[in-house]
Design a binder for this molecule. Structure first.
Ligand code: BJW
Ligand code: ZN
Length: 245
């Protein structure tokens, strides 16, 4: 409780706030995280599925993995953690949500502006003509193709690929002006997102972490809440609102 009020105090006393999320925010919606005993990668090696080389080698295999995830995601809903983050957007003057997730659950949870660092699993991109579109329906055959005949790929960011430039610039701008950063449900292993809390801290921001496990971010955190996001975040928002009432 002391930690929760400490965290809430840091957040509500900040005029500019960045929230950085990872797979853990969606865990309570039933979406597996990547790493760990129940993670997506307990049965696969990341380099077999989440790299451009894997896609060139076997696009059908990579698409099967994404189709399976898209199918599972079509059945899940945002959880109280996503909803609490959406509420924060109305509580602070300068708010930026940066997510590593590709599942679209922040939008479904009511967040209006979301910087999607690693793309979106519901969007496809043509590897030949560059066409991009949201495509929620399942594909009849895998791998799917564009009207131009080119191979379609999920519009997500794989290892070794650049993150979308505009999104990255907006993220760095927000990190440069934030007074606090709330880091939720990420192992802090994948760059460049893993460096964001360190960048913000270096510019004087305070760091709050919500994660049941210790992570690489813990060393830089002013407050670490060892709790599930779906429990901790609504509690933080409750304390925050009591302090503006
Ligand atoms: C809960 C919870 C609950 C559970 N509540 N919490 C510098 C040094 C070394 C290497 C590099 C470097 N810079 C770049 C690299 C290479 C690479 C990289 O970082 N490699 C590392 C593995 C070392 N990075 C890249 O290639 C990036 N591109 C880039 O930097 O371009 C320039 C460049 C290229 C090459 C060389 C140098 C520079 C691109 C990274 C793309 C990542 N893509 C993926 C797949 C996206 C598509 C898809 O979904 O299929 O993104 S990988 C995967 O990991 C996914 C995630 O967004 C990302 C992060 O994972 P996340 O979210 O942290 O999940 P988990 O599972 O790790 O953690 C979950 C956490 O939740 C845990 O801590 C739990 O405890 C917690 N939790 N329940 C709260 N209820
Ligand atoms: Zn095309």
């Amino acid at each position: 409780m002391k930690d929760l009020s400490g965290a809430a105090e840091i957040l509500f006393s900040s005029r500019a706030l960045v929230v950085l999320t990872g797979a853990g925010i969606s865990a309570e919606s039933g979406v597996p995280t990547f790493r760990g005993a129940e993670g997506y990668w307990r049965n696969y090696r990341p380099e077999d599925l989440a790299t451009p080389e894997a896609f060139s080698r076997d696009p059908a295999l990579v698409w099967e993995w994404y189709s399976m995830r898209r199918e599972a995601l079509s059945r899940v809903k945002p959880n109280p953690g996503h909803l609490a983050i959406a509420e924060m957007e109305d509580l602070v003057e300068d708010f930026t949500l940066i997510t590593q997730n590709v599942d679209g659950l922040h939008h479904l949870g009511g967040s209006r502006k979301v910087l999607e660092l690693h793309g979106n699993i519901w969007r496809v991109r043509c590897t030949v003509c560059g066409m991009r579109e949201m495509r929620k329906e399942p594909f009849e055959t895998l791998p799917p193709h564009c009207g131009c005949g080119g191979l379609l790929r999920p519009d997500v960011v794989w290892f070794g690929e650049m993150l979308p430039q505009e999104v990255l610039e907006e993220a760095y701008d927000a990190l440069g002006r934030c007074e606090a950063i709330l880091v939720v449900g990420t192992s802090g292993i994948v760059q460049p997102a893993a460096s964001f809390p360190f960048i913000a801290k270096g510019k004087g921001a305070r760091v709050v972490e919500v994660n049941p496990e210790e992570t690489t971010i813990t060393s830089v955190a002013d407050v670490s809440i060892r709790e599930r996001a779906g429990k901790a975040l609504p509690a933080i928002v409750r304390i925050w609102k009591e302090n503006i009432a």
